[in-house]
Ligand binder design. Structure first.
Ligand code: GLU
Length: 485
């Protein structure tokens, strides 16, 4: 019987969920789902130096908000506690330290690993010598052949030690990467990797291999930056006598100018994108196309659509361009697809203090133009709120004080007489104020708009006035006239 497919997403909680990691998670999810397999979440938190407090919680929450579901691993419940579910608990590597130690001991017994007592100073000296000779840094194997008695003695003397992988002296490591094809590397290029550090913690290499094996992972889909580690992992699988999973290494993400993608958190953090009001469906659709596209070049996909269409073997080798414009396009595409009611609910979540009536009016006018949900807050600001402005700001650059006052007064008069308060009527009256009095748009539309918003850029005056209502609009224009008076 064919083994059931199982994939995993194994992030390290180092601060936030990178948009590239979301792609890794998504591809693992899609591949598992389309093969009726399982997808799990494992938190790789053994690197104490890189660990960022409570970032795993935010990371798990972000994945939940995006809408991915996993068959094993931690999740955040309603009271914001972490709960672990699944056959392979615990899913936090920091809770599995005994498992790693036990397996490292097994390797020592079988000859696949050895104790190394070399001091930091010796290793540093070795590194410098190798650097001077332009050789790659590599452990020279001094402790590879210590006798049992020597090892016992040093352990009794409480000498600090690490445990290293005993890389075979000769041979080639070969594997087939689903995306990159056949890869082979001579073992002479592989270092005797540290497996257990002197503080007793495992390194990533040991923990990842043990967990992937014990959790029954059949396909390892991860970022290209892990490709150089794969031969070490394969040697470890061989040392344990375990079946080697299938690997697929995803292309790097690049800026539009092909440089490596920015590391600035605000530009690449999924949590930040969600906070800014990007919709989960837009993020999923966009991220799915970073390095993959279907044969027919269709672009808009739901998560279920992706499960049907995604093809891991069609993922490209070359770097994928991260283009924020495209993400913005997807986002406004999905905003337009929302019903007015859905959009209203989402926006209210973003601006809970807003008067729902005003929100409804703004949405009616702005749905087509909304790039993200969070923009609604800016729109509200520029529509409803009035910024402090100076008297001179009311005067358009090709106008003067006197004409500006005239323009405002005529507008006030015309608008005061208006019975039906809607944007068409408001606009045509302002236009009449211009044409009937030999004024220009700069003498009327500019000062009226500044009087309403106090801003250099804002929606057109008729839109603002329709939303804030007649009394408030006339009031703001009167105040502007007083300012100039
Ligand atoms: N913990 C690694 C990371 O944060 C995952 C590497 C892997 O998938 O093997 O990227």
């Amino acid at each position: 019987m064919k083994k059931a497919i199982k994939t995993r997403f194994a992030p390290s909680p180092t601060g936030y969920l990178h948009i590239g990691s979301l792609r890794t998670a998504l591809y693992n999810y899609l591949f598992a789902k389309q093969n009726k397999g399982k997808f799990i979440l494992r938190i790789e938190d053994t690197d104490q130096e890189r660990y960022v407090e409570s970032s795993e919680k935010k990371l798990i929450q972000a994945l939940q908000k995006i809408g991915l579901k996993w068959n094993g691993g931690p999740s955040i419940d309603k009271s914001l506690n972490i709960k672990e579910k699944g056959q392979n608990k615990p899913y936090f590597q920091s809770k599995r330290l005994e498992i790693y130690k036990k397996h490292a001991q097994k390797l020592i017994k079988s000859g696949g690993a050895y104790y190394c007592f070399c001091s930091k100073e010796r290793l540093e000296k070795l590194r410098q010598e190798q650097q001077a000779k332009k050789q790659p840094p590599k452990y020279d194997g001094l402790c590879r052949n210590l006798t049992e008695a020597e090892i016992k003695q040093r352990i009794n003397d409480k000498k600090p030690y690490v445990i290293r992988l005993k890389v075979p002296e000769k041979g080639i490591v070969k594997f087939n990467d689903l995306i990159r094809g056949d890869i082979s590397i001579n073992v002479s290029e592989i270092d005797d990797q540290v497996l257990i550090k002197s503080d007793g913690f495992p390194t990533y290499h040991l923990a990842v291999v043990i967990d992937d094996h014990l959790m029954g992972i059949t396909h390892i889909i991860r970022g290209e930056e892990w490709l150089p580690s794969t031969p070490k992992h394969i040697l470890l699988y061989q040392a344990f006598g375990w079946e080697i999973p299938i690997f697929a290494h995803l292309p790097l993400l690049l800026n539009p100018d092909k440089s490596k993608l920015s590391k600035r958190q605000g530009d690449v953090s999924v949590e930040d994108f969600l906070d800014k009001g990007y919709l989960p469906e837009a993020l999923i659709n966009y991220v799915a196309l970073l390095g993959w596209h279907p044969q027919d070049d269709r672009e808009a996909f739901s998560l279920n659509g992706l499960i049907k269409k995604f093809d891991l073997t069609r993922v490209q080798k070359s770097g994928a361009i991260f283009d924020i414009e495209k993400l913005n396009w997807f986002n406004s595409h999905y905003i337009k697809q929302k019903s007015d009611k859905e959009l209203f609910k989402l926006c209210l979540k973003h601006c809970p203090d807003l008067d729902p009536k005003i929100l409804e009016k703004i949405l009616k006018n702005e749905k087509e133009r909304l790039g993200t949900i969070a923009q609604i807050a800016d729109l509200v600001k520029s529509t409803v709120e009035i910024a402090e402005y100076s008297e001179n700001f009311l005067i358009f650059k090709r106008s003067d004080k006197e004409t500006t006052v005239k323009g405002l007064k005529i507008s006030l008069e015309k608008l005061s007489g208006l019975k039906k308060w809607n944007r068409e009527a408001i606009k045509s009256n302002l236009e009449k104020a211009v044409s009937e009095n030999q004024l220009t748009n700069g003498d009327v539309f500019w000062p009226v708009r500044v009087a309403l918003s106090g801003l250099e850029k804002s929606p057109p005056p008729e839109e603002i006035m329709e939303i804030i209502g007649k009394d408030e609009s006339l009031d703001r224009i009167k105040k502007a006239i007083e300012k100039l008076g």
